[in-house]
Design a protein around this ligand. Structure first.
Ligand SMILES: NC(=O)c1ccc[n+]([C@@H]2O[C@H](COP(=O)([O-])OP(=O)(O)OC[C@H]3O[C@@H](n4cnc5c(N)ncnc54)[C@H](OP(=O)(O)O)[C@@H]3O)[C@@H](O)[C@H]2O)c1
Length: 285
């Protein structure tokens, strides 16, 4: 059994990933702020000394895409400096670094989507640039057999800010909703991402991989319609453009993360169904 350190274990992905990773045979040691700060060398060193991980799964990050435009230093600290420190610590400890990255490293201009080997950049905003710098720092610090970068997108889970949850709450109280229909991606359920990461580690995958739910890209509008239909809510979902909902940070238009080596990815409709079952069971709805 491999000892796996899950950093960012109290975030949206971390909380849902823990039972999946344990079921996949890992001995999981979770950590998050304040007990470990991935941006502080002393904190990282002490954590490695204390836990001697064989695999480090980094889900710790600054993930507020709009907030990053104002808090550039914080975003680069967590998303670039942190991964660099972890990569150096993994190099010394001969541990595998598995790092979660994002479609925001791409400009999002390709209707056919992006493959793992496609050159990333230029990112559209601070969050994407900071995540790209994190990827580059890992690649510079470790040989290819020392890291696995898993890019994912449109992540939702049972805690934190979840798009399905927002839609369910709005749809329960409104007659109609307008949802953006000009951004394309793969809605990805945290547990499916965790399952794919566990499989990739077991298979010995290295380098950069894309890990998303299957079934092809959709727009937020299509996803929202499916959420409302699955929940049996009586709310009309209407399409609109991104211009109608201006945000501080630009979003990629076409940033579907494809991976020709990915087989058996759970279709996004099934992922959504599993998510709805879980949140109903937890009494979140
Ligand atoms: N959410 C998405 O739609 C999405 C899409 C694509 C990729 N991703 C990537 O997926 C990963 C997981 O995302 P998520 O949605 O689970 O994020 P999240 O909910 O924001 O969780 C991140 C966790 O990391 C912690 N953290 C932040 N800075 C840290 C530091 N310096 N040291 C230790 N822990 C720190 C956070 O603590 P605090 O809350 O106290 O700051 C939080 O518990 C991230 O790498 C993200 O970039 C997310």
């Amino acid at each position: 059994m491999s000892r796996l350190a899950l950093l960012g274990n109290r975030g949206m992905f971390g909380r849902d990933a823990l039972p999946v990773l344990e079921a996949a045979g890992f001995e999981v040691i979770g950590a998050d702020l304040p007990e470990v700060d991935i941006c502080e060398p002393g904190s990282v060193e002490a954590f490695f000394r204390r836990t001697a991980p064989q695999v480090v799964l980094n889900a710790a990050a600054f993930t507020d895409v709009d907030g990053a435009e104002e808090k550039e230093d914080e975003a680069f600290r967590a998303n670039a400096k942190g991964p660099e420190l972890l990569a150096r610590a993994c190099a010394s400890a001969k541990a595998l670094l598995v790092h979660i990255s994002t479609d925001y490293v791409f400009p999002g201009e390709r209707p056919e989507g992006y493959l793992p080997d496609d050159p990333p950049g230029p990112a559209l905003g601070v969050y994407g640039r900071s995540k790209l710098e994190g990827e580059q720092a890992i690649i510079a610090a470790l040989p290819k057999e020392g890291y696995l970068i898993c890019r994912t997108q449109w992540l939702y889970g049972t805690t934190g800010k979840s798009f399905p949850d927002t839609i369910l709450k709005l749809a329960a109280t409104r007659k109609s909703l307008r949802v953006v229909n000009d951004q394309w991606g793969a809605p990805t359920w945290t547990r499916e991402l965790a399952r794919q990461i566990a499989s990739l580690i077991h298979e010995g995958a290295r380098g950069i991989r894309h890990a998303v739910n299957g079934g092809g890209p959709v727009t937020w509008y299509t996803f929202a319609r499916q959420i409302v239909a699955e929940a049996g809510l009586d709310c009309i979902v209407e399409p609109c453009t991104s211009e109608e909902f201006p945000r501080p940070a630009r979003r990629p238009t076409y940033a579907w993360l494809r991976d020709n080596d990915a087989t058996n990815a759970q279709p996004w409709q099934e992922g959504l169904r599993e998510y709805l079952t879980k949140i109903v069971a937890r009494g979140k709805r």
